[in-house]
Ligand binder design. Structure first.
Ligand code: ADQ
Length: 467
């Protein structure tokens, strides 16, 4: 069987089943590589004075990983620069935070070229190559320039933005054209896929056929939507594991008869944390009878803290949480427990299970695996209620959740009130189809769906190889 070569910006397979603090993407990719033997290539997270292209190969958690160090300029211009100060905010509809700097363009192009040159010798003729996320859009083009004829697929984990937003990017055309060097381009949702098609047709002067083959820039690529999922059975078992149960018991004790609402996020402006705190404040103001009967546990792990926008949001959240607690707290009740640390997967599962409400309100999100984790961790006899933003990719699948507009405080406040008052029968009636979705549309379905679609594409055309 052909091997799978996975390429992503960072390489961080889980070290142990159940434990570890890795996020959903890492879990998903490690699962894919265990199934199809192969290699996971990417940046080690370390920097050196000069890029050497020296590869370190290790076996971690049943997966072969190959990593390279970048140089300091790469980290500034490619990772903190074009990836996290240009593409991430733009693709999350924050043009107010989007930086357009020439040095970032150069850094992005340079690292993609370096990645291509470094990984090229690891790829054998029958291998399938699967490239992940916005950091590496030009990678296939660079690999084609080096003569690689293998089937190469790309999956975007974040939303694809609307055409008018994308065209604010000075080199938008070049970015989109680079995607046509792939044989398959996958998105999380139909929504992102149609936004891409809209660009291809209206800006690229191209066409998209009924089987979603896109033609533009003299090239052809297959498009598809592949919503990412969880290793759901494993996550459900984590809630029943000794560590999950220990955490559940600990949380139950600390509830002191109150109901808990939980939020778990990377500390990122796209996750709508400030708006969430303000909506919860609105709920406390609108429902005085509920004060002291409920609290919000918000777990937010700091991320990308070298980027100013992330320092700003962190400062603002500290201030808003402090203000709300100052306004409403009593001697034995704090309305918001705000925690900035990372938990193991099994601990998280126990925490989710202890919460009556999972509050997942991103302003934009490619998918949002936390929503699915919350569902998977629930007690099948007495599940909690998921409140989910309509702007998370997951909302397209999890329609039995209470779907809210995260920008509307009243809307979210009302959903919290409804969720807390919901009978066990209604909670069960909503949770069962959610759980069914999370377990059938799981990470295996995602992985197999993508790999099958990549296999089904024809051999790369001469134009693609010519780059
Ligand atoms: P993220 O933006 O990181 O991922 P998400 O899908 O919610 O968003 O995944 C976050 C992961 O990190 C979850 O597995 C969660 O459990 C974990 N996590 C968060 N805080 C944690 C904490 N304090 N301790 C331990 N674990 C924590 C990007 C896109 C998403 C897309 C995924 C996968 O932005 O839209 O769903 O990739 O494609």
């Amino acid at each position: 069987m052909s091997r799978l070569i996975v390429i992503s910006n960072r390489v961080n397979p889980p070290l142990e089943q159940g434990g570890g603090a890795v996020g959903g993407l890492a879990m998903a990719l490690a699962a894919a590589l265990r199934e199809y033997s192969g290699v996971w290539f990417g940046w080690s997270g370390q920097t050196t004075d000069h890029y050497t292209g020296q590869i370190a190969i290790q076996r971690v958690g049943g997966v072969t990983v190959a990593t390279v160090d970048l140089d300091e300029q790469d980290r500034l211009e490619y990772y903190n620069g074009y990836a996290n100060k240009t593409l991430w905010p733009l693709f999350h509809y924050r043009i107010d935070l989007t930086a357009y700097e020439r040095s970032f363009d150069a850094g992005y192009a340079r690292v993609n070229r370096r990645f291509a040159e470094t990984v090229r010798p690891l790829i054998e003729p029958d291998d399938f190559v699967w490239v992940h996320d916005y950091h590496l859009i030009p990678l296939a083009n660079e690999l084609r320039k080096l003569g690689l004829r293998n089937r190469i697929g790309f999956f975007l984990h974040i939303p694809w933005p609307a055409r008018r937003l994308l065209t604010t990017l000075p080199k938008h055309r070049e970015l989109v054209e680079a995607l046509f060097a792939y044989d398959l381009v996958g998105f999380q949702t139909e929504d992102s896929l149609t936004a891409f098609e809209d660009y291809v047709i209206k800006e690229g002067g191209g066409t998209v056929g009924p089987t979603r083959v896109a033609k533009a820039f003299g090239k052809t690529t297959q498009l598809g939507a592949f919503p990412i999922g969880l290793d759901a059975d494993h996550f459900a078992k984590a809630a029943e594991s000794p560590e999950g149960q220990r955490q559940l018991a600990r949380m139950k004790e600390s509830l002191a008869g109150r109901q808990m609402i939980v939020g778990v996020d990377r500390l990122d402006y796209s996750k709508g944390l400030e708006e969430r705190f303000l909506a919860y404040e609105q709920f406390l103001a609108d429902n005085p009878d509920q004060r002291e009967k409920v609290f919000l546990l918000q777990i937010a792990t700091p991320s990308r803290d070298e980027v100013e926008a992330y320092q700003d949001i962190r400062g603002r959240l500290d201030a808003v949480a402090g203000r709300i607690n100052g306004e409403f707290a009593s001697v034995d009740w704090v309305p918001i427990r705000y925690v900035n640390r990372t938990y193991r997967r099994d601990e998280l599962a126990g925490i989710y299970r202890a919460a009556r409400i999972g509050l997942v309100t991103p302003l934009r999100d490619g998918m949002n695996l936390v929503a699915k984790e919350y569902v998977a961790a629930q007690d099948p006899d007495d599940p909690g209620v998921l409140i989910l933003s309509k702007f998370a990719g997951a909302a397209a699948q999890l329609s039995e959740a209470l779907i809210v507009n995260p920008f509307g405080r009243e809307d979210v406040s009302e959903a919290i009130r409804k969720g807390l008052a919901m009978t066990r029968e209604e909670r069960l009636a909503r949770w069962r189809p959610l759980m069914d979705n999370v377990t059938t549309q799981d990470v295996t379905a995602w992985r197999d769906g993508f790999v099958a679609a990549l296999r089904a594409t024809g051999a790369p055309s001469e134009q693609q190889v010519a780059g």
